[in-house]
Ligand binder design. Structure first.
Ligand SMILES: [Cu+2]
Length: 444
């Protein structure tokens, strides 16, 4: 078992180790860049190798590479990291190159890739290239296709990217622990022809779930079903950046699921088609229109739509518990319970005690309840009209006119044209009515 002291020692060593990985220290191994920020980094335009249209990793980044004699070389460092899940909450996770998830790896169909993997964890690991068709010995299943990568060791994976698509990478060693700790990343293989299935904006993220008790920082790795943090790229709303798109853009969002349950992903205001599954591209004529698509465990789905409706469009998992944060779990239902009498007596003992829930829980979206350190309110975030009462797997697709091609900056809230917002009816009140043929229920 990892004690807190061991964990901190491993964490400190990892930060030092990542910074020291250099050609001098490791011979021909390429540099392993690290990332300290948890906000969305601009797409990494390819400076060498085959041309492609890069993806935007939501609250993440793409791993730089070097070309070396016809090989595209990357260097991943598996290590303990500190990740801000949203302002107000930091998690001690395991990841790659300074963050969880690890950096997105982008390459092109036909590329020969050489991926160095250095292990700075306190236990062994491997990396499985989920969905990639490759030689068996490169598949990364510890014990089955390769020896485990022991702490301090560096392994090399070499294979050709034979088909384009949306893939993931994650350990195939002590998986329950290592994935519960956040070890995963997106792996994008672009088509050899940049015009094939071209879109204007191309986003990517992986979904992970964590069970972190309020006030704690390290996930409960043995949890199987009752997670309290549902993340996109190890972020929860309001920590997930908006997807900023220009009106008229053809938009792709690539989604991988490494949680323990399925997520029906729902977009407001637009119809989309599933353009890519785990197995490859869906021909355009075979895509049926949807507004929600289920992404099962271990699956990748890429959705595509034309952003033709200006506005701020909710984009979220449709399991309502998955758009809540940590404090929303394990609460009793209080609807209809009058607990005003007992509340005053409790306040005498616990000054911060608050009575809530007898009219529903929406009060929680706006109140300023004292929280334990390092956790997040159940529902939070403010929009232009008030509290949004969201958390977890929720963000906003912001469709705006006339953005520059590479402008992903948050444009603020949508300005609705006059007369286009739902409003209170201020005319004559509706008559009290009941279905014809019924009698009022007996009161009492
Ligand atoms: Cu979900």
């Amino acid at each position: 078992m990892t004690t807190r002291r061991n964990f901190l020692r491993a964490s400190g060593g990892a930060l030092l180790g990542a910074a020291m990985v250099s050609r001098a220290a490791q011979g021909a191994v390429p540099e392993a860049p690290t990332q300290g920020k948890s906000d969305t980094q601009p797409p990494l335009q390819p400076s060498s190798g085959r041309p492609y249209n890069p993806v935007v990793t939501l609250n993440g980044w793409t791993l730089p590479w070097r070309m070396n004699g016809g090989w595209k070389e990357f260097h991943l460092v598996a290590e303990p990291v500190s990740r801000q899940l949203a302002p107000g909450m930091i998690a001690n996770l395991w990841g790659y190159n300074g963050q969880s998830p690890g950096p997105t790896i982008e390459c092109v169909e036909g590329d020969r890739v050489r991926i160095f993997v250095t292990n700075r964890l306190p236990e062994h690991t491997t990396i499985h290239w989920h969905g990639v068709l490759l030689p068996n010995g490169m598949d990364g299943v510890g014990g089955l296709t390769q020896p485990h990568i022991k702490p301090g060791k560096t392994f090399v994976y070499e294979f050709e990217m034979k088909h384009s698509g949306t893939f993931m990478y994650h350990p195939h060693a002590d998986e329950m622990v290592q994935m519960a700790m956040g070890m995963m990343g997106s792996l994008i293989v672009h088509p050899r022809d940049p015009a094939f299935m071209r879109v204007d904006r191309d986003f990517a993220f992986v979904m992970a779930s964590y069970e972190i008790q309020p006030g704690a920082r390290t996930p409960k790795v043995a949890e199987m079903t009752d997670f309290n943090l549902w993340t996109w790229n190890s972020r929860v709303f309001p920590g997930i950046d908006p997807l900023v798109v220009r009106k008229g853009d053809r938009v792709r969002v690539r989604i991988g699921n490494l949680t323990m349950t399925n997520h029906p992903i729902h977009l407001h205001g637009h119809n989309f088609g599933v353009a890519l599954t785990d197995g490859g591209w869906v021909p355009k004529a075979a895509r049926w229109p949807e507004v929600t698509t289920d992404v099962a465990v271990g699956q990748m789905r890429a959705i595509e739509f034309v952003a033709d409706q200006p506005g701020d469009w909710a984009f979220h998992c449709h399991k309502s518990h998955h758009t809540m944060n940590a404090m929303g779990h394990g609460l009793p239902t209080m609807i209809g319970v009058d607990h005003r009498g007992i509340a005053q007596r409790i306040v005498n003992l616990i000054p911060d005690y608050m009575v809530m829930g007898e009219r529903g829980m929406s009060d929680m979206g706006e109140m300023e309840m004292p929280l334990p350190d390092n956790t997040l309110p159940m529902m939070t975030g403010s929009g232009p009209f008030g509290p949004m009462e969201m958390g977890g797997m929720f963000t906003v697709v912001k469709v705006r006119e006339g953005l520059a091609r590479n402008d992903y900056r948050d444009p603020g809230w949508h300005k609705h044209p006059a007369g286009t917002v739902a409003r209170e009816w201020t005319g004559a009140p509706p008559p009290a009515s009941r279905p014809s043929g019924t009698k009022p229920a007996a009161s009492g």
